[in-house]
Design a protein around this ligand. Structure first.
Ligand SMILES: O=C(O)/C=C\C(=O)CC(=O)CC(=O)O
Length: 216
C-alpha cells in the first residue's frame, strides 16, 4: 500500500486486548507507534473526553490505521490480516477458519469481558474469586475444544488469531491464580507460543509503559 503512515496503538502494557493487537502487528512485521493509556492512573486515562472520541466504549485498545480509527481487538486483527502481507492469521480452510473464530470468540466474548477491569471494579471485594471463577469455567470448555483442534498451535500447525487470543488470556489466568496445570493442552500451547518472537516482543513485561518493577 502506498499511502501508509505508521499505525498508532493506544493501549496499556497489561491489557490483554492491547497485547492481542501487538502480537498481530509483530506477526505481520508491521511497525507502529504506541500511545500509553494508563487504566489506573488519574482514575483511568481511558475515561477522559479526549480518549472517548477515539473509543466511545472508553476501553483499550484504539488503533489509528490507514485513516480510520478502530476499536475491538478482533476487528483490528482481522483488518491487519486483510491489509498487510506476511503470514495469514486465519486459515484458508473454512472449517479451520470457523474453529479459529470459535476459539477467539470463546475467549474474547466468553471469558475476558467477565474479568475486565470495568466489570471487576463493580464487583468490588470479591473480584479475585469472581475473575478466577469465570476464567476457570471458560478454560474447562476451552481445554476439550483445543484437544480436538490443536496441532502445534490452537488450530493445526499454523499460528492464528486463536493463538493471539489464548496467550494473553493465560497471562490473566495466572494473575488471577488459576492453576493452568489443570489444562494440559492450554499449558502446552501457551508454552510453545511464548517461544515465538512475536509473542515475546509484545509481552507486557517489555512495553514502553511497563513499570520498572514488572520489567523482565
Ligand atoms: O490491573 C490493571 O493494571 C488494570 C487493568 C488490566 O490489567 C487489564 C484488564 O482490564 C484485564 C484485561 O485486559 O483482560
Amino acid at each position: 500500500m502506498a499511502n501508509q503512515t505508521k499505525p498508532v496503538l493506544h493501549g496499556y502494557f497489561r491489557s490483554s486486548c492491547s497485547w492481542r493487537v501487538r502480537i498481530a502487528f509483530a506477526l505481520k512485521g508491521v511497525e507502529y507507534d504506541q500511545v500509553p493509556i494508563n487504566l489506573i492512573r488519574d482514575g483511568g486515562q481511558q475515561l477522559t473526553q479526549e480518549y472517548k472520541t477515539l473509543n466511545p466504549m472508553q476501553q483499550v485498545p484504539a488503533v489509528e490505521i490507514d485513516g480510520i480509527t478502530l476499536s475491538q481487538s478482533l476487528a483490528v486483527i482481522q483488518y491487519i490480516n486483510e491489509t498487510r502481507p506476511g503470514p495469514r492469521l486465519l486459515p484458508a480452510d473454512p472449517k479451520k477458519r470457523a474453529q479459529v473464530r470459535m476459539i477467539s470468540d470463546l475467549i474474547a466474548s466468553g471469558i475476558q469481558p467477565l474479568q475486565n477491569l470495568y466489570v471487576i471494579q463493580k464487583v468490588g471485594a470479591e473480584k479475585m474469586q469472581w475473575s478466577h471463577h469465570f476464567i476457570d469455567r471458560g478454560f474447562q470448555a476451552l481445554e476439550p475444544i483445543l484437544k480436538q483442534t490443536a496441532g502445534k498451535y490452537c488450530v493445526g500447525d499454523e499460528i492464528s488469531m486463536a493463538d493471539i487470543c489464548l496467550v494473553p488470556q493465560v497471562y490473566n489466568a495466572e494473575r488471577f491464580k488459576v492453576d493452568v496445570g489443570q489444562y494440559p493442552t492450554i499449558k502446552r500451547l501457551n508454552q510453545a507460543l511464548l517461544e515465538i518472537e512475536a509473542f515475546k516482543v509484545s509481552h507486557p513485561s517489555c512495553q514502553p509503559d511497563t513499570p520498572d518493577d514488572l520489567r523482565a
